[in-house]
Design a binder for this molecule. Structure first.
Ligand SMILES: O=C(O)C(=O)C[C@H](O)[C@H](O)CO
Length: 306
């Protein structure tokens, strides 16, 4: 039987944000971590595990320490001698973000190197979350190991949530991204795609087309579309849930990830999809008003409950 915990699988990097002159602020972030951060802030009573692989250098130790200080464990995730975390920097044009990465040899690429540890991390979880970035950083064999572990968790009763989160640069080509993402959707209960990503990768013309295409495999689909309404498809019924207009956003990094965390926290707390999406929009609106991907827990909670 599935337990009470929440687990998110992927890569958390060092994050450089908030450049003012020559000064950067260093934090820790990565799409699946950003989602777990919000989910954990909003579901405090559930044990939270970030499932990845880590290095043994001071930055990896700092990362694991930061997770622990904030109540997030790493379960049985491997700590690999000589490995280190990836790094990314945020460049802002207005509030719109773009990223530069140094991540090709990051420890997280070995997150499926110990299949037994990976499966153990997914035991007793109410919810398991992963993304297209998780898939993109793995080689074919590791991706197969990951999907087997997720399939096993699902069979044991965990709810599986997935955001296709398309990062073209991380993939060999478009076809391999399409194939891996479609395979992941086959083991997904809640899909949280972003329309412009789906348009770029699959040529969908409207959010409705995305919802219908994903609805072939997934019972609950939430199509995010920036400041446009989110489109929810649940067992074939569609609803628009308006987003929140933020007058002066500062950095859009992590908005979609935090939306996902808010949505999943609300669903786990028993709210229906429309109420969950309204709360998720409020959480995302709070995150675009801070620099970097993570907002303080109190900020997230205030937005979720407002
Ligand atoms: O782009 C990535 O791979 C990241 O994980 C960096 C950011 O935190 C993430 O994209 C924000 O959604």
């Amino acid at each position: 039987m599935a337990g009470n915990g929440v687990a998110s699988i992927g890569e958390c990097m060092l994050e450089l944000s908030g450049q003012t002159g020559p000064n950067w602020r260093m934090g820790f972030a990565g799409d699946t971590f950003n989602t777990l951060w919000a989910l954990h802030a909003l579901s405090e009573d559930r044990p939270a595990t970030y499932v990845s692989a880590f290095g043994d250098d001071p930055f990896s130790q700092g990362q694991i320490g930061f997770f622990a200080e904030n109540g997030i464990g790493i379960g049985s995730s491997p700590v690999i001698l000589g490995a280190r975390p990836g790094l990314y920097a945020i460049t802002l044009t207005g509030a719109e973000r773009s990223f530069t990465y140094w991540r090709g040899d990051a420890a997280a690429r070995q997150l499926a190197s110990d299949p037994a540890a990976l499966s153990k991390n997914l035991e007793n979880q109410a919810l398991v979350y992963f993304s297209g970035i998780t898939l993109a950083i793995l080689d074919d064999a590791s991706r197969k190991t990951l999907l087997e572990a997720v399939t096993k968790a699902r069979a044991a009763g965990s709810l599986i949530a997935f955001d296709p989160n398309y990062r073209p640069r991380l993939w060999r080509n478009r076809e391999s991204a399409q194939a891996a993402i479609v395979e992941a959707l086959g083991v997904t209960d809640i899909a949280l795609p972003t329309f412009p990503d789906e348009q770029m990768l699959f040529g969908d013309e409207t959010p409705r087309a995305t919802a219908e295409r994903l609805g072939q495999w997934v019972g609950e689909v939430i199509v995010k579309n920036g400041e446009q309404p989110a489109l929810i498809a649940e067992s074939g019924t569609l609803h628009d849930v308006p987003a929140i207009h933020v007058a002066a956003p500062v950095d859009t990094t992590g908005a979609g990830d935090s939306f996902n965390g808010g949505y999943l926290a609300a669903r786990l707390a028993g709210h229906g999809p429309q109420e969950a999406a309204s709360r998720a929009h409020r959480v995302a609106a709070a995150v675009v008003q801070v620099r970097g991907a993570l907002a303080p827990f109190e900020t997230l909670r205030a937005a979720f409950d407002s």
